[in-house]
Design a protein around this ligand. Sequence first.
Ligand SMILES: NC(=O)C1=CN([C@@H]2O[C@H](COP(=O)(O)OP(=O)(O)OC[C@H]3O[C@@H](n4cnc5c(N)ncnc54)[C@H](O)[C@@H]3O)[C@@H](O)[C@H]2O)C=CC1
Ligand SMILES: [Mg+2]
Length: 311
Amino acid sequence: MRFLNGLKQNDDVCSVALQDAHMFLFHRLSPLLQRNHQGTFRTTELRTSDVQSLLENLGSDRTLLQEAVLIGCTEQNQAQFCLDIGGLDQAAAEELCGGTFVDLRKSFFLLSGAEAPLVAKAQALLRWHKTSGFCSATGQPTHRNQAGSQRTCSSSAIIYYPKMSPVVIVLVSDGERCLLGRQATFPRGMYSALAGFCDMGETLEETLSREVAEEVGLEVKSFSFSSSQHWPFPQSSFMMACHASVSPAHSQLCVDHSELEDARWFSQQEVLCALQTPPHRGGGAAPPFWLPPKHAVAHRLITEWIQNTRS
Ligand SMILES: NC(=O)C1=CN([C@@H]2O[C@H](COP(=O)(O)OP(=O)(O)OC[C@H]3O[C@@H](n4cnc5c(N)ncnc54)[C@H](O)[C@@H]3O)[C@@H](O)[C@H]2O)C=CC1
Ligand SMILES: [Mg+2]
């Protein structure tokens, strides 16, 4: 952690680390993935020297490397950077690297373990740099530090940091059943826990009670915190995941159809069955009811609820 902080604070130290680092390549915000013999996907492991040769082969000069953004470090204190080569030929880059640039939504669910959140973080930082080139107070250009952890206005010296929007996601239960809903924009048949952005000045518990009341007309009696997650879609959210309970005597739903296409109570049996149904990846008919894939914090809430109600 200290090593990483040192790289953020000292441009010279960060420049040295960039000369021999692990590099994650993106093309127009899509990460470079490789399929291995078992048919599973991994990020493509490149070092700085590989990227330097790639840039030369693609006719770009090495200065593009300076746009790399620090995303983390390995257990051996090797810095990890990401770089978007969106201005260069995608097909030629794929051929030279032996991989494919895959849209983040697909990549996020194809990758396993620690790779999915790392790639999500990298894309969120690259997206932030892409859209933060000017100061919103003065309209003047902003300039990044070497790590890419902040941008400073060239005129006013205002410092900008990458942003996440806080969101509460909540699995409501009446003791026997859990409440799942779907927005019209969700993939067909997918139901998830309720979610909502925090309003300015709200606490987690205020957002939770307000969202449940607004979206389905229920009064939350109690809640407990489960876990949190950075969620890159469509822009960076900081998801705080909770369990909440309502009284079984007051479990009649009044769904706000401007927010949710549908919301329903589901029994343990129905949820268990859906957990065993693989997520629908498009193509063919979608199953009538399925749940978010395991990388989503909603999936974690649902499996925790099953474990808690069965024990
Ligand atoms: N990781 C997971 O398992 C899940 C994640 N989500 C994510 O949670 C987030 C919030 O869920 P929603 O039900 O859409 O929120 P929501 O119930 O607050 O409704 C969205 C509306 O809130 C308003 N809004 C207020 N503050 C906003 C902000 N900072 N950014 C964007 N819109 C804002 C907009 O009018 C927007 O249309 C979404 O980004 C969604 O992708 C949702 C379900 C599952
Ligand atoms: Mg919502």
